[in-house]
Design a protein around this ligand. Structure first.
Ligand code: NFD
Length: 258
């Protein structure tokens, strides 16, 4: 696949929709300035050879600074993590920040002569010989920034059914986000371990298969660790989509009894 059709229009539309230009500081910023700075990053080096600093100017313009105790990471739980963030106001994910919102779920890369996006064909990020791929470099840097700005307690929403483990060591969360937390600002990482109503649990907080490695990493960093299996706010969301499920009866019963 090539760059998402109408990339610039989508980016600009999202920029206006986010409506956060006034919170970007004193500089008179427009969505055009923000877009140019993003495109400069994409075109700064040959395809597959972007430096990890490629998006620095852009990211400086749109750097996140989330309220204390709200920074939230997810891994293998895209849907429920964003349902939780959309319904609770307690969790801010990457995709709720300006930098993540602008380009989430879009694809992009530069063309060979570094003059514009390539709309025909972008190399996949998991090609061995395309390490400096435009989206990959972006998400690595944005993930590091997201982690570095976190303060207070941090939430991470992980998948307890994933057979590759909830804390998969090739994930962005394990590779980039967890190691970039600042122990001087973050005192706790709380895992919300999600299991599908009809899933087969691979691990639980009490019977971890990979979560012990997260706990050990955090211990080394001097950050506390806690873990909750299927907290009510997540279960209620799952049950709202499948209210007749046997797992959901105690929750419906509660309503009927009262
Ligand atoms: P996942 P995760 N290059 O569910 N984030 O922990 C590129 F370009 O397994 C957000 O890995 O969890 N994409 C977004 C990749 C993207 C690569 C990346 C790669 N080398 C990171 N590897 C986003 N909004 O798109 C995997 N992907 C794709 C941050 C994969 O296809 C968030 O703050 C899947 O669509 C979150 O805390 C997506 O990355 C954590 O990293 C996530 O894979 C989620 O990454």
């Amino acid at each position: 696949d090539g760059t998402t059709v109408n990339f610039e229009d989508i980016f600009n539309g999202r920029c206006y929709e986010f409506g956060c230009l006034s919170c970007l500081g004193e500089k008179p910023l427009t969505c055009d300035t923000i877009f140019s700075s993003f495109l400069d990053g994409v075109l700064s080096d040959p395809v597959c050879a972007l430096e990890d600093t490629a998006y620095d100017s852009f990211l400086q313009l749109v750097a996140p600074d989330l309220p204390v105790d709200t920074t939230t990471f997810w891994s293998g739980t895209y849907e429920i993590a964003h349902q939780l963030s959309a319904t609770s106001g307690l969790y801010y994910t990457m995709e709720d920040t300006f930098m993540g919102y602008l380009v989430n779920s879009l694809n992009w890369c530069g063309n060979d002569d570094q003059t514009d996006f390539d709309y025909e064909d972008c190399r996949a990020w998991d090609y061995d010989d395309c390490y400096g791929q435009a989206t990959s470099v972006f998400w690595n840097k944005a993930s590091a920034l997201m982690a570095a700005q976190a303060r207070g307690s941090v939430t991470v929403i992980l998948n307890g059914d994933a057979t590759t483990g909830a804390f998969r060591n090739s994930s962005f969360f394990a590779r980039v986000e967890a190691p970039n937390l600042n122990p001087e600002k973050v005192y706790l990482v709380n895992v919300l371990l999600i299991h599908d109503l009809d899933g087969t649990p691979f691990e639980t907080c009490d019977d971890p298969q990979t979560l012990q490695y997260l706990e050990a990493l955090l211990k080394e960093m001097g950050i506390a660790y806690s873990c909750q299996d299927d907290p009510d706010n997540a279960r209620f969301l799952q049950c709202s989509q499948e209210p007749e499920h046997p797992e959901c009866s105690s929750c419906t019963k509660g309503f009927l009894d009262s």
